[in-house]
Design a protein around this ligand. Sequence first.
Ligand code: NDP
Ligand code: MG
Length: 389
Amino acid sequence: MSIEHVIKRIAIFGSTGSIGIQALEVIQSNPDKFSVEILTAFSNDELLVQQAKKFKPNIVVIGDEKKYKAVQDALSSEDIKVFAGENALEEVAGMDCYDLMLAAIVGFAGLKPTLKAISTGKAIALANKETLVVAGDIVMNMAVENRVPVIPVDSEHSAIFQCLVGETRNRIEKVILTASGGPFLGRKTNYLVNVKREHALQHPNWRMGAKISIDSATLMNKGLEMIEAKFLFNLDPDQIQVVIHPQSIIHSMVQFEDGSIKAQMGMPDMKLPIQYALAFPKRIANDFPRYNFRKVHTLTFEDPDLRTFRNLALAMDALNKGGNLPCVMNAANELAVFAFLRNRIGFLEITDVIEKTMEKVSFIEEPTLEEYFDSDGEARNYAADIMKL
Ligand code: NDP
Ligand code: MG
């Protein structure tokens, strides 16, 4: 059998989420290229069971231990091992039954399983940007030591990655991250003060999980992506620029030393970067919708409004100062978004919580992994106090 025909064995961590579901669609269309070995969810046992019956993985993990029996019973007639709990997620990530982890858990919870996968030599297709925001230096160093590729799934970073193919010896002058601007593009503070959950969840160009949809509405998502880009591509903060591009056709750009700019373009459809990351270095033919220059002929660009969308300014500050500040910012943001989604705080209060927490938690210039975990915990406690959660 030639190398091209070896099936890549995939573990999807976060298979019941927006990215996980789309990844399974990609795999379903390419049964000769991929097999599913591990599926994990946090609490959506029904969908996990449904996915397991269809894709017949070796292992499933349900994060919420209370759901263990339900999953075990539902899969009792299948040859599938069932585990539950946070520790099981990490242990299973270290098993040898797969080649590539799609890291598609949302938030800080994705960090431990991903580190375990890297330390045991698995390739990573990375959707979970928070992993790099929290501990990007440690994650990327571990990847280099273990010689494992970290291939971005986030559309902007996939675009940059694709622009860099064949350019390994050429210096990047800067990367230009495009941002749709989210549902509140052009709005000012007097409007945002009254924004509610349902409204903030309506993204104009993408259908995504709840947390990233709110991050897109506050522009924190672009801030997280600047930090993600720093670690993925080993950039200085001043090499990373953000431009608002509401049509989301150019997914991001790289400018080289000679002034030449490469852009990667296409329809806004996450299945493309997911498929690219799973199949890298090959491209796979598909029938996804194509961009037609004759139909959408206006592509526009503008500066982000940092005075209104202060989360992006806070993230730039964290990017510039480094250390544990991105980790602290991320923890406060996760908790504030959680509270906003439960109507416990207003839209603009998300920013206040993050800002206060960033001021409060002590700065550590070069944290160890343990110090990152401590900073995350401290930031969460402080943010919870402010919000009286
Ligand atoms: P979703 O909220 O749709 O899905 C999250 C997944 O993670 C679900 O499978 C969920 O399980 C699981 N999960 C949630 N919390 C935990 C936990 N504490 N422990 C274990 N598993 C958990 O998120 P998305 O798919 O939208 O996003 C996933 C990641 O990809 C995020 O980091 C996001 O920033 C990134 N990303 C997403 C994009 C998108 O288009 N959606 C685009 C670019 C990046 P359950 O369903 O049981 O709750
Ligand atoms: Mg993105």
